[in-house]
Design a protein around this ligand. Structure first.
Ligand SMILES: Cc1cc2nc3c(=O)[nH]c(=O)nc-3n(C[C@H](O)[C@H](O)[C@H](O)COP(=O)(O)OP(=O)(O)OC[C@H]3O[C@@H](n4cnc5c(N)ncnc54)[C@H](O)[C@@H]3O)c2cc1C
Length: 559
């Protein structure tokens, strides 16, 4: 029986990335990747997962060394861009638009998943891994003396032996089903998507010159564009293969799946909800490459790494939350970094049992802390004022803490993990608590915020703390200095939370616009918490000024 150090069932993005990451770290590790698909991936109409953000982009470019490929063959991305509902959704320039105006210093990409996976397959092979197409894994027998993986290729059953199994079988979730560690996920959302031949530039969706010229030509086209309203968002993503991906993602509480789960129904749904998108798609029907549907895509996992038994899961074979903000590749990056660290240390003779438990705990708490970003939040998507504040909050937290930890390899540094997560008052726990408070606040605010805003453009990089967080992503720190930097970022986030709450509470409850706020106790219901007027403000005036930029109402005067 052929033997390998690592067998990876599933050669999609997660499996390919893990294989490349392991080979980069140690070319001597022997790897077998088994992929069920018979042939090369097709261009454009392959998989979703076409937009990357900063953490995942850093992983692909710097950790996997794909920078040159991405710059040559995939598209540079001009950030995430959002359009909110107005009285006339057909008139795109009238809708509140959120997105960057100027070119961004931090790279990210729009990916054609077919061309990317084909390139990564070649790269994996060049690095010495064995990648077999048309190989369907049928059984994995886990054993301390070496696992036996059985797969079928050309009708033949083949068995191989290995020290580690890294399940990257995507939604097939081989190990999860075999060992029954499914876990309920209380976030229910559905999606459908189209791929179209050719380039679709939303700048062509209006003749309004002023609106077109607001950005340099071609920049809107390069953004991942989201058209939002209550309960849904519609994406438009350009692909490097000069094709376009378009998709609806919707909460069944507002848009039942059977209202858009077939091609004709989806077109009708668009006609009602996104008329401009409908006009474009009807005109492009001859260029249709595919139409796909996916019900209840969010799923959790009870386990990620079992270092003691030498196996782990990665990518969608573990947990997947939501595509809003494009974090799929981010999770693969963090997941693979933990898993490859365990595999490499174990193969080098280290006992990684305890380390596996620490990584598993860190991974699962990261997922749990991320759930409130999405859960019930589709209800907010029709509300421009709430969504602008939420999106800015979500980006600020994402750049200043997890992304910075990742680029500094802090997730695999025990000293950093201990400092951040070991005590109940540690920074990591405080970060989770602060985020939960703010996510709850956005929901509480909804019944009070009924105003429809129009004709506004808002750029996150006009806010200096946002710009600094984004620019700071790649800065390198020693472990101690990294923890200090996270602590100072947390102080900024606490002030941002307090400044946001002051504005919201003043609007809703008429509280003084300069009241002192405990950022860990921000609730609109809790109108009785001490409303102390500060003689000296506990919020940096520069942060208050930044937060004011996302406030659409007239600011209440200090009495
Ligand atoms: C609607 C939607 C939109 C998304 N948009 C984004 C986005 O914009 N950006 C982003 O980063 N992420 C996005 N994601 C997430 C992204 O799609 C996933 O993170 C990513 O594709 C997961 O990669 P994977 O390798 O885990 O799974 P896959 O890419 O599904 O790979 C799994 C592979 O395993 C193979 N396989 C399965 N079973 C077996 C078996 N028994 N034997 C052998 N092979 C097997 C399959 O053929 C497949 O190739 C989106 C997800 C959804 C649902």
């Amino acid at each position: 029986m052929q033997e390998y150090d690592v067998v990876i069932p599933g050669g999609g993005l997660a499996g390919l990335a893990l294989s490349i990451q392991l080979k980069h770290a140690n070319p001597d590790v022997s790897i077998l990747v088994l992929e069920r698909r018979e042939n090369e991936a097709t261009t454009a109409a392959h998989k979703v997962g076409e937009s990357t953000v900063e953490l995942g982009s850093h992983y692909l470019r710097e950790v996997l060394g794909l920078k040159d490929y991405l710059e040559e063959h995939e598209l540079p991305k001009h950030g995430l861009r959002f359009f909110f509902p107005s009285h006339d959704k057909d008139d795109i320039p009238g809708r509140v638009e959120l997105g960057p105006r100027e070119r961004l210093p931090q790279p990210s990409h729009q990916l054609d998943r077919g061309t990317l996976e084909n390139h990564m397959t070649n790269r994996t092979r060049e690095l010495g891994a064995t990648y077999i197409l048309g190989a369907t894994v049928k059984d994995i027998a886990v054993s301390a003396s070496g696992h036996v993986v059985m797969y079928v290729k050309d009708g033949q059953e083949i068995k191989v032996k290995c020290k580690w199994v890294a399940d990257a079988s995507g939604r097939g979730s081989f190990m999860k089903r075999k060992f029954q560690f499914q876990k309920p996920m209380e976030h229910h959302v559905n999606a459908v998507w189209w791929r179209l031949k050719g380039v679709i530039d939303i700048d062509d969706w209006s003749d309004n010159k002023e609106w077109k010229n607001y950005l340099k030509p071609g920049l809107r086209l390069l953004s991942t564009v989201h058209f939002m309203d209550k309960g849904y968002w519609l994406w438009v993503i350009p692909l490097g293969s000069k094709n376009t991906s378009i998709g609806i993602v919707a909460d069944p509480a507002v848009h039942p799946f059977d209202t858009f789960n077939k091609y004709d129904k989806a077109m009708e749904w668009l006609k009602v909800n996104e008329p401009r998108g409908y006009k474009m798609l009807s005109a492009e029907t001859p260029n249709l490459m595919d139409f796909k549907i996916l019900k209840h895509y969010a799923h959790h996992t009870g386990k990620v790494y079992c270092a003691e038994e030498r196996w782990g899961v990665t990518g969608e074979a573990g947990a997947f939350l939501d595509p809003l903000y494009s974090p799929g590749t981010d999770f693969i990056a963090m997941n693979n970094s933990w898993l490859s660290d365990l595999i490499l240390k174990d193969l080098a003779g280290e006992d990684v049992t305890r380390l596996g438990e620490v990584y598993e705990q860190a991974h699962l708490s990261l997922v749990d802390n991320w759930i409130p970003v999405y859960q019930n939040k589709y209800l907010l998507m029709g509300n421009a004022q709430i969504m602008v504040m939420k999106i800015f909050w979500d980006w600020a937290t994402y750049w200043s803490v997890p992304t910075l930890i990742f680029t500094n390899k802090g997730f695999t540094n025990l000293k950093v993990l201990k400092e951040l997560f070991s005590s109940a008052t540690g920074l990591g726990r405080r970060f989770g608590a602060l985020n939960k408070q703010m996510q709850d606040l956005f929901l509480e605010w909804l019944p009070y915020q009924n105003e429809v805003f129009e004709n506004r453009y808002i750029d996150p990089y006009d806010l200096s703390y946002m710009r600094q967080f984004q620019l700071g992503i790649d800065k390198q720190y020693e472990p101690g200095a990294l923890v200090e930097k996270i602590a100072s970022n947390m102080q900024i986030l606490e002030q941002v939370a307090a400044a946001m709450f002051r504005l919201i509470s003043a609007q809703v409850n008429g509280t003084p616009p300069n009241m002192k706020v405990d950022p860990y106790n921000v609730s609109l219901k809790n109108n009785t918490h001490p409303v102390e007027i500060e003689s000296e403000d506990n919020i940096d005036p520069a942060i208050s000024k930044d937060v004011d930029l996302m406030w659409f109402y007239a600011k209440k005067e200090i009495a």
